[in-house]
Design a protein around this ligand. Structure first.
Ligand SMILES: Cc1cc2nc3c(=O)[nH]c(=O)nc-3n(C[C@H](O)[C@H](O)[C@H](O)COP(=O)(O)OP(=O)(O)OC[C@H]3O[C@@H](n4cnc5c(N)ncnc54)[C@H](O)[C@@H]3O)c2cc1C
Length: 368
């Protein structure tokens, strides 16, 4: 029987594990994928590390991330925005505007990628804490504990804990088998909570040089026809041997799926039209489609929300409360859906015993 089992080794789960192990609790993280990070994903080349998931943070207004990055000893650099902006309208007409697209406050990137932050948490974890390839399928509540069933490469396994934190999107929590069942309205609410960016996809085009600078362009571009809708410079400062552009798709998940085979050529054609002929021949072109990842997206995520949803903590009724807590970015008290939200959700999980929440005070001992 463990003090705390965390389901999901994304940023929320990793940060919670760091907090809980620091207080001396016996913690296990069960992660379905063969890697940590969840929506955080790096593409590594011989020269640099690029983000295929989140890339931007705003430490001036995100105190938890600012502290985490500083504690991990990671360096930040601003998103490159110097130069002109390329705009492609609905008719395909392209305009090169002399002014750029300056965000205020500037978006900051982590040298080594956001994955460097996840790696920092993973490196600090006591041996045996992290169990990769453990896909949790069901939870059963009893008086003193919760039993978790999961599938593993070796078959199935059951774990018991006094407290469980589901550090994953509510929509994925809704796919788990709860015994007893969750009340219908709560089940519907979990399933209706969009997972931020889960329906999106990113393309990363690698080049020998940042040729767009030679024509006065910043690498920023917007298109109303796609396939990419928003394009930015993804190059890493100080790396002379490689440059990069990345783009978020404007084409929705179903259109991407229908055009899988022609997607790369559609992207290079679009990049060449917007940034010049050299853009037609990247040395490498990667597509990360999050809508096809079963441990991020459900079918409902294929239609992405048009604006940022308003997220809030989701309380569970007895017998789940107070043993089971939703603690992913989409149940955060602050900055829901963002990386800062993942840290805020991790920070909000109660770990100490209180008069009304005696869990941590329950004497240790075998459940069965
Ligand atoms: C393309 C893209 C761009 C983004 N850009 C930004 C950005 O620039 N800035 C920003 O702040 N945020 C951004 N985000 C959002 C950011 O990625 C998330 O807020 C953050 O990563 C969420 O962390 P999390 O730990 O809550 O969830 P997740 O990262 O989703 O982690 C959940 C974990 O649970 C695991 N899991 C799922 N089901 C199970 C199961 N049944 N059993 C065991 N494990 C399971 C998953 O494998 C995963 O590891 C972006 C997201 C995407 C996809």
């Amino acid at each position: 029987m463990h003090d705390l089992i965390i389901v999901g080794a994304g940023l929320a789960g990793l940060a919670l594990a760091a907090r809980a192990t620091a207080t001396g609790l016996d913690v296990v993280i069960l992660e379905a994928r063969p890697r940590t990070g969840g929506r955080i994903l790096a593409h590594r080349t011989a020269h640099a590390t690029y983000d295929l998931g989140p890339a931007w943070i705003w430490p001036g207004m995100q105190p938890l991330l600012a502290r985490a990055v500083a504690q991990a000893g990671l360096a930040l650099f601003p998103q490159s925005e110097t130069g002109g902006l390329v705009v492609q309208d609905r008719s395909g007409t392209i305009q090169r505007l002399p002014h750029g697209f300056a965000q205020n406050p500037p978006s900051m990137r982590i040298l080594g990628g956001i994955a460097a932050l996840a790696a920092h948490y993973e490196a600090g974890m006591p041996p045996g804490t992290l169990r990769l390839n453990h896909n949790v399928t069901g939870l059963t509540a009893s008086e003193n504990a919760i039993a978790l069933s999961c599938t593993t490469p070796a078959g199935t396994a059951t774990f018991h804990a006094r407290r469980i934190a589901l550090a994953l999107p509510p929509r994925l929590a809704a796919t788990l088998a709860f015994t007893p069942s969750l009340p219908e309205p709560l089940q519907r609410r979990l399933a209706a909570t969009p997972t931020w960016m889960a329906g999106h996809a990113k393309a990363l085009a690698l080049y020998d040089t940042a040729f767009w600078h030679s024509t006065g362009l910043s690498g920023d571009g917007f298109s109303q026809i796609g396939p990419l809708g928003e394009i930015h410079d993804a190059s890493i400062p100080g790396v002379a041997a490689e440059a990069a552009l990345f783009g978020f798709f404007a084409w929705p998940a179903d259109l991407r799926a229908a055009r899988t085979l022609s997607l790369k050529s559609a992207i290079t054609t679009q990049l060449a039209a917007m940034f010049g002929p050299e853009a037609a021949t990247p040395r490498d072109l990667n597509i990360q489609d999050w809508s096809t990842e079963p441990h991020t997206a459900t079918r409902s995520d294929a239609a992405s929300p048009t604006s940022h949803p308003s997220y809030e903590p989701i309380a569970l009724p007895p017998p789940w409360h107070p043993r089971l807590i939703l603690s992913g970015a989409e149940s955060a008290p602050d900055f829901g859906g963002y990386l800062e939200g993942a840290l805020a959700a991790a920070a909000a999980v109660p770990l100490a015993a209180t008069a009304t929440d005696p869990l941590a005070a329950t004497p240790a001992g075998p459940l069965n």
